[in-house]
Design a binder for this molecule. Structure first.
Ligand code: UDP
Length: 242
């Protein structure tokens, strides 16, 4: 395996830093220890959270790759870094919902916990100034972010991802309530699942107790930081049990 040379910072977000490498088609993604919620309004530092999310995302992306769905993930490099295909990120967050919770529950005035017979897809425009508003397909096409064909392709990939990871988590006694995913395009213009899938980007409930096992505990101030770390650790432990 050839050695990877970390070059310049390509971009930096709230929880990750992206570096160029000697290969123009590959980047190194570094997971930081920041934990944020409510569009960055609530920020904190959680020692080694980056290590856990790097490992959790690695396990989930390896599983998704093994199911034949194309992702940016190549391999984990070390505790905090993974080597990925370089993509141009599409500035949309795709949320897939299996059970009503969070912003959908508030926006529509419906109770958290209602099971949806068909998953609901939502798109949010990634724009800090506008605070990532919920938009629809026509807005996204009007803004020239994406075409209708690409949106349909992504909905189909997102649906497949939901189908396989819902079962993957359930086998580990975790209910996948909802999650957010992002996509990018590689140099061949192929759409790849990118970014991360972790307790930062998913709502997980324990199958037996229905207790929350994700960032909601931080968002809602229900737990101290240290306890939130233990919950992320618990998710990792369950994913490691085959
Ligand atoms: N989510 C995320 N990043 C965001 C907003 C939401 O990863 O910036 C995830 C969140 O963890 C949840 C799903 O997307 O699993 C749906 O979130 P929701 O729209 O309910 O908003 P929230 O309650 O996070 O404000």
């Amino acid at each position: 395996m050839s050695c990877i040379i970390k070059k310049n910072i390509l971009s930096e977000g709230k929880t990750k830093r992206i570096y160029t490498t000697q290969n123009p088609l590959e980047v190194l993604i570094h997971y930081k220890d920041n934990i944020t919620a409510l569009d960055g309004l609530k920020k904190n530092f959680l020692q080694d959270k980056g290590v856990l999310n790097n490992e959790i995302t690695t396990l989930i992306f390896k599983f998704i790759n093994s199911c034949g769905i194309k992702t940016h993930f190549i391999r984990k490099k070390n505790n905090r870094e993974q080597l990925c295909h370089k993509v141009d990120m599409i500035p949309l967050e795709f949320v897939v919902r299996n059970i009503v919770a969070g912003s959908m529950s508030k926006r529509l005035g419906v109770k958290e916990g209602i099971h949806l017979s068909n998953p609901i897809f939502e798109i949010f425009y990634k724009n800090d100034k506008l605070k990532d508003p919920l938009i629809n397909d026509h807005h996204a096409v009007f803004l020239e972010i994406i075409s209708y064909e690409e949106l349909n392709r992504i909905y189909s990939i997102a649906s497949e991802i939901n189908h396989i990871i819902k079962k993957y988590f359930l086998d580990k006694n975790i209910i996948l309530v909802d999650f957010k995913i992002e996509f990018g395009k590689n140099h061949k213009n192929e759409i790849l699942l990118s970014d991360e899938i972790s307790p930062d980007t998913c709502r997980f409930w324990d199958k037996k107790t229905m207790k929350k096992l994700d960032k909601d505990l931080f968002r809602m101030g229900l737990k101290e930081k240290e306890e939130v770390f233990d919950i992320y650790m618990e998710i990792l432990k369950r994913l490691n049990v085959s």
